[in-house]
Design a protein around this ligand. Structure first.
Ligand SMILES: Cc1cc2nc3c(=O)[nH]c(=O)nc-3n(C[C@H](O)[C@H](O)[C@H](O)COP(=O)(O)OP(=O)(O)OC[C@H]3O[C@@H](n4cnc5c(N)ncnc54)[C@H](O)[C@@H]3O)c2cc1C
Length: 438
């Protein structure tokens, strides 16, 4: 028997477990640890609450979780409750699938002003991540600025723009729905350093902006490159740019009955955030794109900003003693191998790029590396204790482990507490989650 510890129960963690099962069959025991009492990482706390069909992927992870040789070990933070050397002494291999939970900083003056948030915090707030449930953003101002040209920026802008009725069927948490219902936001400016041909937003998500009840998107026609140039783009990006063109073509008469505007401010680089007691405006520098890169023109201007959310990427959390690439913000690794016996996968390996599905080949890839190291003798002989040894540690330390069976009880309690038409009302603090399994 071989024993595998996977740290993190998001997509990368579960795809790795699935790959390990396929590779070793009944010869492997897998423990998937998570610091939260609930599984699935960003499927629960990142993916937008109004995109329920995407969250359905967790059913696939559940099928893996319910097999005999895979076990969920919730409410255990590696680095806090148990150390990496301790896990290494018990398991043949340890895989970090810890994601990239920290916001990349903008690195500009005024970033610490009240009502300026990174997307990890803001998205965590509306999705009920216990770490951010108490964020309490002030939504009483009229102007929101969202920085970034990827799908996370689109998620944030869309959530700010929707009416209460548009959240029917979503699992947005009650505290966020209450705050959004009372919000006064009428302009959401999405700021990006480059232009239409460089956006990272995908067509389906952009297309949703055309169908919002009270909001309409606006793109300045002058920001659009000549239409003939679109022919050179890869098909996905070409479709995204087609959406931007249709936003630019919306007649003013159609905008008249919409009370919220989502304004794309492209070729604009944040210079500093201005304000006294909280953020009031953002200073931007006009850019132009040269060889695909944004270059400042020296021309600056300010845009009102009562709320700022930067969606410019994430960094992984280093773990003491584990080699970390500070510049890239992820574990130092060669195709998932940090050192023999120590691996990483998903966002902890690649950084915050790709879709949920991108993590699947990652999981299968890292299992190949582990198998190579095992077969080559680098992981030593069989005989490690695995989960039995960990359970002894739990006894000794009085760690309150949440099992997958416990999670199913938490899940049932969340479904019972749901608003009408919603799939669940999430518990937003760890204590409440733990109590719900009793
Ligand atoms: C706002 C947002 C929206 C997104 N929307 C989509 C979408 O619509 N479609 C799509 O395809 N992709 C989407 N993605 C991308 C997708 O969520 C990621 O590709 C995927 O979640 C990455 O998986 P992961 O397992 O590497 O990390 P995560 O999903 O972040 O999982 C990491 C897990 O590790 C746990 N953990 C961290 N540190 C420790 C520790 N020390 N001890 C124990 N546990 C720990 C965390 O609690 C977490 O459960 C979105 C991402 C974001 C941020």
């Amino acid at each position: 028997m071989r024993h595998l510890a996977i740290i993190g129960s998001g997509p990368a963690g579960y795809y790795t477990a699935e790959a390990a099962q396929k590779h070793w069959g009944d010869e492997i025991r897998v423990d998937i640890f998570d610091m939260l009492p609930v599984p699935y990482g960003l499927i629960r706390t990142g993916v937008a609450p109004d995109h329920q069909s995407i969250k359905g992927v967790s059913r696939r992870y559940e099928a893996t979780a319910l097999t005999e040789n895979v076990r969920f070990v919730g409410n255990v933070a590696v680095g806090r409750d148990v150390t990496v050397p301790e896990l290494q002494s018990l398991y043949d291999a340890v895989v970090f699938a810890t994601g990239a939970p920290n916001d990349r900083a903008l690195g500009i003056e005024g970033e610490a002003l009240p009502n300026v948030f990174g997307s990890a915090a803001f998205v965590g707030w509306y999705n009920g991540h216990p770490q951010f449930a108490g964020l309490a953003p002030d939504l009483s101002g009229r102007h929101a600025v969202v920085i970034g040209m990827g799908n996370v920026a689109l998620d944030v802008a869309r959530i700010l723009a929707k009416t209460e009725a548009e959240f029917a069927g979503s699992d947005i948490v009650a505290h966020a729905l209450d705050a959004l219902r009372a919000a006064a936001i009428s302009t959401i400016t999405i700021v990006g350093r480059r232009g239409p041909h460089q956006i990272m937003m995908t067509p389906k998500e952009l297309g949703e902006l055309m169908h919002l009840e009270r909001a309409s998107p606006r793109v300045a026609p002058s920001d659009l490159p000549p239409e003939a140039d679109d022919a050179l783009l890869e098909p996905g990006l070409r479709k995204s740019v087609a959406h931007l063109r249709s936003f630019a073509a919306i007649p003013e008469s159609e905008r008249a009955d919409k009370s919220v505007e989502i304004d794309f401010d492209m070729f604009a680089s944040p210079v500093r955030l201005l304000g006294k007691d909280r953020v009031e405006a953002i200073e931007l520098e006009r850019t132009r794109v040269e060889a695909g890169r944004a270059v400042g023109t020296g021309e600056t201007y300010t845009v009102p900003a009562d709320l700022v959310i930067s969606c410019i990427g994430y960094r992984s959390s280093p773990i003491p003693g584990v080699p970390f690439d500070e510049r890239a913000g992820r574990f130092a690794n060669d195709e998932g191998r940090i050192l023999p016996g120590l691996y990483c996968v998903g966002w902890a390996r690649r950084g915050p790029t790709g879709t949920i599905g991108t993590n699947r080949p990652d999981g299968f890839g890292v299992v190949e590396k582990i198998a190579e190291d095992m077969d080559g003798g680098a992981l030593g002989p069989r005989g490690k204790e695995g989960r039995a040894g960990f359970d002894r540690l739990v006894e000794e330390r009085g760690i309150e482990v949440v099992t997958f069976r416990d999670w199913k009880k938490i899940e049932e309690a969340e479904a019972r507490a749901a608003r009408e038409g919603a799939p669940r009302e999430k518990f937003v603090d760890v204590e409440a989650m733990i109590r719900a399994r009793e």
